[in-house]
Design a protein around this ligand. Sequence first.
Ligand SMILES: Nc1nc2c(ncn2[C@@H]2O[C@H](COP(=O)(O)OP(=O)(O)OP(=O)(O)O)[C@@H](O)[C@H]2O)c(=O)[nH]1
Ligand SMILES: [Zn+2]
Length: 339
Amino acid sequence: MTGEPPLIPLRLPERLRPTQDAHGLVGRVVRVDRGRALAMDDSGRAVEIPGSASAGAELCTGDWVTWTSGEVTRLERSSVIARASRARGEGQTVAVNVDVLFLVVRAEEATRERLLQRLAAIGWDSGARPVLVISAADRATDARRREIERVVIRSAPGVEWVMTSALSGEGIEELASMLGPTTTAALLGHSGAGKSTLINSIAGANVQQTGEVRARDVKGRHTTTSRELIDLGERGYVIDTPGVRELGVLDGHSVERTFTDVAALAQSCRFSDCRHESEPGCAVLAATESGELEPGRLDDYQRLRREADHAERKAGPARRDKGREYNRLSRQYRRARGH
Ligand SMILES: Nc1nc2c(ncn2[C@@H]2O[C@H](COP(=O)(O)OP(=O)(O)OP(=O)(O)O)[C@@H](O)[C@H]2O)c(=O)[nH]1
Ligand SMILES: [Zn+2]
């Protein structure tokens, strides 16, 4: 992490007033970086503290702390946003003391039932108020909106949901109405879901870099890398979390299983390793053009496919072997079906 620490004024929620009266100094962790936590105290100073407070309690972005004769104590958390990290096989706390949790999913992905189910589960577990935010709604036709509504109600029952667009401004005021000077919101969702763009829309200013301007890696992706508490003034605080790839179904095997229609068409592509991007003789592209494949289906597939590739690269050889095993099995399966 580089640069000056952000100067974040602390506005204490009501519930912490008695603590402040009792302890004097209250602070909040605005980011954690390699075992060091950066906290703002209530006199506007930035203080670096060890990543764990007294009793070895790990600190996370959003934690409230007190200082008593140099000793840092972590205060009880009102909510904990955690997700399973399948790559590491453990739970990971991504933000704490969050009042409103925006679970962000793009309109193109908003009918993926398992993703919605998983997001809803994380939301209900967290203790925060979960709100499903369907971003990039400007991309959705009326028919698509009806479909999303149907699937969302079925997959995430009871979760509030809002369709938003950073382009038209749809839904942004509704989100803002859930926030106030002392609330903390957090955003969780896949990389590219539109989290940073939403923060900028809610803030009415460019406070977060979005995919358009951030540095991209070789495959054209971009990522929010820090997990930082941002001050939005009247709209409270917000914690952006790095794109979550581990949230969904993240190996090639399950992508093919989820998109049986694309996988079936791919059997007829000229190249067996066709990526259905611009290759000649691509049966999937042809089906998209002819309307045989539902519009948006290929985009959804590509997005998940890219995530899966990324997850597999990150997981290393073990995961790749699993991928090869799948390819072998699917060849057998194709032969058995006479392809
Ligand atoms: N059409 C449209 N595009 C959007 C909208 N919101 C975001 N995008 C685009 O989607 C891409 C990803 O948006 P980001 O806000 O960077 O996504 P993110 O969730 O912060 O991604 P990570 O930082 O990787 O986790 C960018 O190219 C945005 O311009 C929207 O409402 N409508
Ligand atoms: Zn193809």
